[in-house]
Design a protein around this ligand. Structure first.
Ligand SMILES: O=P(O)(O)OC[C@H]1O[C@H](OP(=O)(O)OP(=O)(O)O)[C@H](O)[C@@H]1O
Ligand code: HPA
Length: 175
């Protein structure tokens, strides 16, 4: 058990399990995009660790870029979604793979999918390390999912609680 600020969290997914699953996702993604040269769009902040580990398991040429979009305040969705920030690449006619650490309510994803569609992308798929199917109300189901998890708050491996916990090697669940 660990404490972050005022909340207790218990170990939930080990570093070994995460690494094994990311390898499998990388193999799947490599197969699907063989010869296609997709642009992987990593959604900061949470997905930076997943992105770094995932791209090193991919064995077909890809490009990677990072964007920002924030919809969350602490434990609950604020419902507010901001603009995409930091996209420098021309995505018209490109195959896009959005990389997320977690798809929770789907609010962020819905916004991103719409924004990329408006920019004339050829295809948009989504890879997420974690998915909360019971919580998702918006957007379609992600194409590549590391772990389906219950509707409980998690931290670690890039995910934070009030800014803390991103450095944890394992994923922890709120007690
Ligand atoms: O499906 P949703 O309910 O929209 O939640 C998922 C989003 O929430 C988190 O980002 P957050 O806004 O907390 O920013 P961060 O990655 O910088 O922590 C996460 O990285 C996703 O982008
Ligand atoms: O369970 C979560 N943990 C951390 N950040 C999040 N953003 C959406 N859901 C979560």
């Amino acid at each position: 058990m660990i404490k972050i600020i005022d909340k207790d969290f218990t170990p939930y997914i080990s570093a070994e399990e995460i690494s094994k699953r990311i390898n499998e996702l990388g193999a799947e993604i490599s197969k699907v995009y063989e010869g296609e040269k997709p642009l992987l769009v990593s959604v900061l902040n949470g997905s930076f660790i997943f992105t770094a580990d995932l791209i090193r398991t991919i064995d077909t040429p890809i490009e990677v870029t990072f964007i920002r979009v924030a919809s969350y305040d602490a434990l609950k969705s604020s419902g507010k979604v901001r603009e995409i920030l930091g996209l420098k690449e021309n995505v018209f006619g490109r195959d896009i793979l959005i990389l997320e650490d977690i798809v929770d309510t789907g609010t962020t994803l819905e916004h991103l999918m719409e924004a990329f569609q408006d920019l004339g992308t050829k295809s948009i798929k989504v890879a997420t390390l974690l998915h909360k199917p019971e919580a998702q109300e918006k957007a379609s189901k992600p194409d590549f999912v590391g772990f389906e998890i219950p509707n409980k708050f998690v931290v670690g491996f890039g995910l934070d609680y009030e800014g803390f916990g991103r450095e944890l090697k394992e994923i922890y669940q709120l007690v």
